[in-house]
Design a protein around this ligand. Structure first.
Ligand code: SF4
Ligand code: SF4
Length: 342
C-alpha cells in the first residue's frame, strides 16, 4: 500500500480508501470485521456520511482505539445551520471522536443548494466554525454534477472534491480533476464500479490506477473483497489494447442512463424498494432469469405500489426517470416469470 498526500490537507492517506455505504446492509459484527480487515491491510482513509444510516456507528465501533492512525471523513446533506449542527454532533458521537479529519458538504448538485448553504444561517457557517473550534480539520465537498463541481472547486473554500469516476463515467479527468489538482485540492473518487454496473473489478481498477492522483473509495461488504481489491495494487498496472477496447465496448453498451445505487432516492413513501428494483436487468444478466427472479422477488413485487409522485426523481442526482424505468423492469420481471413457467 502506498500513502499519498491528500491535496492541501497535507495529510497522507492510503492510495485506496474505504467507502461506507455497503456496510449498511451488514449486521454490526460483520461490518466491524470488514472495517477491521481494511485497517489491518493498511487502509487509513474511511469515508461515511450521516445519510448512510448506521455506517458511522459501525466505522466508529470498528476503529475504536485507532483514532490517531486513521483519517475519518463524513458528510452532511443538510443545508441549514441548525440541522447541519445536529448532524455534525451526531457524526462526532457515532464515530466516537472529538474531531473529524474531513467534513464534506454532501451532494451539492444545484445552484439553489449552493445558495442555501452559503446564505446567512446556512450549513457553511457551521463547518467553518467547527473548523475554527478544531472539531473539523478540513472542509470538503461532494457532487455528482460536473458543472457544479467545477464551480465548487473554483470557490477556493474546499480542501477536497469527491466525484464519481470510472471507465463508464471518465469525464472528470478532462477539466475537473486537472483544475482541482492545479488549485491543490485532494481528489476522492466515488462510484469505482459505477454503482455495481461494472462487474469486472480487474478492468475497473486498471482504469482507476491510470489516474493515481485520484483516491478511489470503493465500498466493501466482505473481507475477501478487501483482499481482492488491495491485491490489485501489489502488481504493475498493465493496461492492454484489449482492455481499452473492452472498456469502450462496455461504455457503448451501457450508455449514460443507469442507476448508480447511491440510494439517495429512498425511502419511497409508498414502500417501493427502488434501488434493487432499478437493478433487475443487471441481476438477470449476471445470474440468469430464474435466480434473479428469486433474488429480486421482494423489491420487484413492491414496484406496483408506485404512485408516480415524482419524489424519488427530485432526489436522484442523475435525474433518472425512475418510475418509468421501474415500470419497464417490472414488465421484464413479469415476462421472465411467464417464460419460466413454459
Ligand atoms: S415515484 Fe413511485 S417510486 Fe418514486 S417516490 Fe413516488 S411512489 Fe415511490
Ligand atoms: S435511482 Fe438515482 S438516486 Fe436512486 S439509487 Fe439509482 S442513481 Fe441513486
Amino acid at each position: 500500500m502506498r500513502y499519498l498526500e491528500l491535496g492541501k490537507t497535507g495529510m497522507k492517506v492510503s492510495e485506496v480508501g474505504f467507502g461506507g455505504i455497503p456496510i449498511i446492509r451488514l449486521d454490526t459484527d460483520a461490518a466491524v470485521r470488514v472495517v477491521r480487515r481494511a485497517y489491518d491491510k493498511g487502509i487509513t482513509f474511511y469515508d461515511t456520511a450521516n445519510a448512510y444510516r448506521d455506517s458511522e456507528n459501525k466505522i466508529g465501533l470498528a476503529l475504536q482505539g485507532k483514532r490517531d492512525k486513521v483519517f475519518l471523513a463524513s458528510k452532511t446533506l443538510r443545508r441549514d445551520a441548525v440541522a447541519a449542527t445536529e448532524q455534525l454532533e451526531n457524526s462526532l458521537r457515532m464515530l466516537r471522536t472529538d474531531y473529524i479529519d474531513l467534513y464534506q458538504l454532501h451532494q451539492v448538485a444545484h445552484e439553489h443548494e449552493w445558495q442555501a448553504l452559503t446564505a446567512p444561517g446556512g450549513a457553511m457557517e457551521v463547518v467553518v466554525k467547527a473548523k475554527e473550534a478544531g472539531k473539523v480539520h478540513h472542509i470538503g465537498v461532494t457532487s455528482h454534477s460536473l458543472e457544479m463541481a467545477v464551480k465548487l472547486v473554483k470557490t477556493g473554500l474546499f480542501s477536497t472534491i469527491q466525484f464519481p469516476f470510472n471507465f463508464l463515467e471518465p469525464d472528470a479527468s478532462e477539466e475537473l480533476f486537472p483544475l482541482a489538482q492545479k488549485l491543490g485540492l485532494g481528489i476522492l473518487v466515488m462510484k469505482s464500479f459505477a454503482g455495481g454496473v461494472i462487474n469486472n473489478a480487474e478492468l475497473a481498477f486498471k482504469f482507476l490506477r491510470q489516474h493515481p492522483y485520484a483516491i478511489p473509495i470503493p465500498g466493501f461488504d466482505a473481507e475477501p473483497l478487501v483482499d481482492d481489491v488491495l491485491s490489485r495494487y501489489d502488481r504493475p498496472n498493465n493496461v492492454t489494447e484489449q482492455d481499452l477496447a473492452l472498456m469502450a465496448e462496455f461504455r457503448a453498451k451501457v450508455g449514460k442512463v443507469f442507476c448508480r445505487r447511491c440510494e439517495y432516492c429512498q425511502p419511497c413513501p409508498q414502500g417501493v424498494k427502488i434501488t434493487p428494483a432499478m437493478g433487475y436487468p443487471i441481476f438477470v444478466s449476471r445470474m440468469g432469469k430464474k435466480v434473479a427472479m428469486d433474488f429480486a422477488r421482494v423489491p420487484m413485487e413492491s414496484v406496483p405500489k408506485c404512485e408516480e409522485c415524482g419524489k424519488c426523481i427530485e432526489l436522484c442526482p442523475y435525474d433518472l426517470p425512475i418510475p418509468e424505468i421501474l415500470k419497464r423492469n417490472y414488465a421484464q420481471y413479469v415476462r421472465d416469470g411467464e417464460e419460466n413457467q413454459d
